[in-house]
Ligand binder design. Structure first.
Ligand code: GLU
Length: 552
């Protein structure tokens, strides 16, 4: 077709009212001054996957390290896969993980930034304008092939052991004349707009991926679809236009897109767009027996980002873990700089693994335990309240009502050099501290032993216990008490001559411990007694004495 026919074809295919010139858009979205502009571009097709969060985090981190821009673009062009509420879900997940955007969707309706709209479904005229431009320049054309015809083509190609696809001699709609096209359109035949690729599969293109390093591909010769029959764009077309007009400098995305890079490369060239840098991130993998596979939405609950929120695994720990996956030098840096946060770590794309990284939940939970152990009790309390206000409202109210008391509980064995590492998630805290609250305390699950003697407890309350004693005196008294009732005051002494004793000081401590907590394993008993306070200590011991009377 000649130039004039191309223009006529473009005018036939598009409604002139919807079309603006390329120059119009180039001017409307000026180049930015920031050196790094990245984006997170999810499709709202259900819950956010941990792999997507990983990508979002890397993009955000990369731009914030360079004081650049990070924005959220919603890729909602596949009308059949949209799931209601997903956009809100994406925004909520990003918020919960403190991954802040500079521009983009704020909720279903609103957005911020001058490079929008940031929802692809609201950019249809932009895609049409750029497709118009391609048709006008003889670089795109309508294709009327039905699904059935394409299926047949695939069969023929696979029988002939040829490459599958709509290219070269197989791209039959390339050769339709303007009259034929007009006729088909008048007959109401559906069509898509395809790229007219002039690529040669035997030529190679090379580029340097920010993550994978040097990569080589055959040139694209497929007449890929740009606009579908519903006039929504495909991913390939939309992302090229958007990343260009939104002035993205670094496209960091999952490596499932690596194989279609030649198409994107060709499109950038056909439009004479400046080619951004690309980094293709490997997926998070999971070890299953001796097999390694991608984390799966179906099989792995931890694939869902909401899982971490619901369990109360702090976002700081998840991000810290993801950073250990992203950059292996992060762990060394963190142990050399324990008081610093991820914000101070310089992340490098080229230090990312170019294959895949195994997602190790145990390691994540360990990081989380460590993180929670080093939080000041007041901060842990605030976070716990926020969590329980959503997931356990009665407990949330109880700890709000008893704020100072709860902070004291959370502070048990926290401020020393080696704080306790009791919990990996907020959801585990209640079960570990509930005995401290009279409202939740009982002996129901305690296995009674005949060695639990009420006389010892009675004697302890009446003649030994004084809540003003320091730890040393407190322990001396328990030792004396032990000896009085035939228990060795040191474990060692008992072990040397077990026949001389009923047991040792540890057994007496256990008696005191179970009377106060209904558990044989708790943090430091002295600290627990201090936090409970004199009245509650005495009340509980008396309660236990009565309980023993009833049960034994
Ligand atoms: N919508 C695409 C996806 O969710 C975006 C890929 C990209 O970052 O360009 O996979």
């Amino acid at each position: 077709m000649n130039e004039e026919t191309n223009i006529n074809l473009a005018n036939l295919l598009f409604n002139k009212e919807e079309i603006k010139s390329v120059e119009y858009y180039e001017e409307k979205y000026p180049y930015r001054k920031e050196k790094v502009v990245t984006r997170f571009a999810p499709s709202p097709t259900g819950f956010v996957h941990i792999g997507s969060l990983y990508t979002a985090f890397i993009n955000q981190k990369y731009s914030s390290d360079a004081k650049g821009i990070f924005f959220l673009r919603i890729e909602d062009t596949d009308q059949n896969r949209l799931i209601k509420g997903s956009i809100e879900g994406i925004i909520k997940d990003l918020k919960n993980f403190n991954i802040t955007i500079n521009e983009g969707a704020l909720n279903e309706m609103e957005e911020t930034g001058i490079y929008g709209p940031y929802k692809q479904s609201e950019r249809l005229n932009i895609y049409k304008s750029f497709a118009y431009h391609l048709v006008k320049n003889g670089l795109a054309y309508p294709c009327f092939c039905s699904e059935k015809e394409l299926e047949k083509l695939r069969e023929t190609q696979s029988q002939n052991k040829e490459r599958i696809g709509y290219y070269g001699k197989y791209a039959k709609c390339r050769n339709l004349s303007l009259t034929e096209i007009e006729e088909k359109i008048n007959n109401g035949e559906k069509y898509v707009i395809r790229l007219k690729s002039s690529g040669n599969f035997n030529n190679k293109i090379k580029y340097k991926d920010l993550v994978k390093g040097e990569v080589e591909f055959p040139e694209n010769d497929i007449d890929t679809i740009l606009l579908k029959s519903d006039k929504y764009p495909t991913y390939h077309f939309a992302h090229v236009i958007d990343d260009h007009l939104m002035r993205v400098t670094h496209i960091i995305r999952g490596d499932e897109w690596l194989s279609s890079f030649p198409i994107h490369y060709q499109l950038f060239n056909y439009f004479h767009f400046f080619l951004p840098a690309f980094g293709h991130i490997s997926p998070l993998l999971k070890k299953e027996e001796d097999r390694v596979r991608k984390i799966s939405k179906r099989k792995d609950p931890e694939a869902k980002v909401s899982y971490y929120y619901e369990k109360g695994i702090p976002y700081e720990a998840v991000k810290e873990y993801l950073m250990t996956v992203a950059n292996t030098n992060y762990e060394g840096w963190k142990s050399a700089n324990p008081t610093q946060t991820i914000d101070n770590f310089k992340f490098s794309l080229n230090k990312m693994s170019s294959s895949g990284a195994i997602f190790d939940m145990d390691k994540l939970l360990n990081i989380s335990k460590n993180y929670l152990a080093h939080l000041p009790a007041t901060k842990l309390y605030d976070n716990l309240v926020k969590y329980e206000e959503v997931f356990d409202v009665p407990f949330g109210s109880l700890i709000k009502e008893k704020k100072d008391y709860t902070i004291n509980i959370l502070n048990i064995e926290r401020e020393g050099k080696k704080p306790r590492k009791d919990y990996a998630m907020y959801s585990e805290i209640k079960d570990k501290i509930n005995y401290m609250y009279d409202e939740l305390f009982n002996y129901d699950n305690l296995e009674l032993k005949t060695s639990y003697k009420k006389e010892i407890l009675k004697d302890y309350i009446e003649n030994y216990y004084n809540n003003k004693d320091n730890e040393e005196i407190w322990y001396e008294k328990i030792k004396k008490l032990s000896l009085k009732y035939g228990y060795a005051k040191e474990v060692k002494e008992y072990k040397q001559n077990p026949e001389n004793y009923k047991g040792h000081v540890g057994d007496v401590c256990e008696l005191i411990r179970v009377s106060l907590t209904s558990s044989t394993k708790t943090p430091d008993l002295y600290q627990i007694m201090n936090v409970l306070g004199e009245t509650r200590v005495k009340e509980r011991m008396n309660k236990f004495i009565t309980y023993l009377d009833e049960k034994l």
